[in-house]
Design a binder for this molecule. Structure first.
Ligand SMILES: [Zn+2]
Ligand SMILES: [Zn+2]
Length: 228
């Protein structure tokens, strides 16, 4: 069988496909080649000129440029947010250190700026968010320190957990001030002699009736033991 002869058009088509396959198979090689080509052929001055040109176009049509930026932003918004969040998580220690360094170096300016009327709502919101996050962390620590589940029924959903003061009535007030107590207890190393974790149901029953129906067997009522 004679060797198949390709037409000129077919030959070009095959070549294009081969190039495409190569690009897909070795993206890093292609990238490296491109980089080297740019290095050889596109010097810094040329790049600067191009940037300048783009800038001029942007300045000539500010509306259009803004619209384009906005469009691009919305087009990739979700993936971008995911990427940013991941980046933040991956570099948390470094970013926090950087932030602290910046604050230390610019403390006066920052504090002065916070007093500006237009920033007030922003900083108010920030304070609220921070203190909420702090309280959530503290509560998490409290729940973990006291065993993570209700001492009566074993319920373990954190949303249901309450701190029970086993001394009885004196606890009412302290339960209300919540996070101040958590802080005091944390400082004391989470003492278990007078405190335990109860779910809201069991705590409510204990407060109201002095016993929890979970502990009633055949009409008899038992007190719940304090966790050692
Ligand atoms: Zn319970
Ligand atoms: Zn119970």
């Amino acid at each position: 069988m004679p060797k198949k002869r390709f037409t000129e058009e077919e030959r070009k088509q095959r070549l294009r496909e081969a190039v495409k396959r190569y690009r897909l198979a070795h993206p890093e090689r292609v990238q490296e080649q491109r980089r080297r080509w740019r290095e050889r052929n596109v010097d810094a001055e040329y790049r600067k000129q191009q940037a300048e040109k783009r800038m001029q176009i942007r300045h000539a049509n500010p509306e259009e440029a803004r619209a384009k930026v906005r469009l691009d932003y919305h087009k990739h918004r979700d993936e971008r947010l995911v990427r940013m969040r991941q980046y933040r998580l991956d570099n948390l220690a470094r970013l926090t250190a950087k932030k602290k360094e910046y604050y230390a170096a610019n403390r006066e300016v920052i504090l002065e700026r916070r007093k500006l009327e237009k920033f007030k709502p922003y900083y108010k919101e920030m304070r609220r968010r921070n203190s909420k996050a702090q309280q959530d962390r503290l509560r998490e620590q409290m729940i973990a320190a006291y065993g993570g589940k209700c001492a009566c029924c074993g319920e373990d959903k954190p949303e249901f957990m309450t701190l029970d003061h086993t001394d009885g009535r004196g606890s009412h007030h302290r339960r209300e001030v919540g996070h101040a107590v958590y802080r005091i207890l944390r400082r004391a190393g989470w003492p278990t002699d007078k405190y335990r974790l109860l779910c809201m149901n069991c705590n409510w029953a204990m407060g109201l009736r002095g016993y929890c129906p979970h502990q009633q067997v055949g009409g008899a009522t038992f007190a719940i033991g304090v966790a050692a």
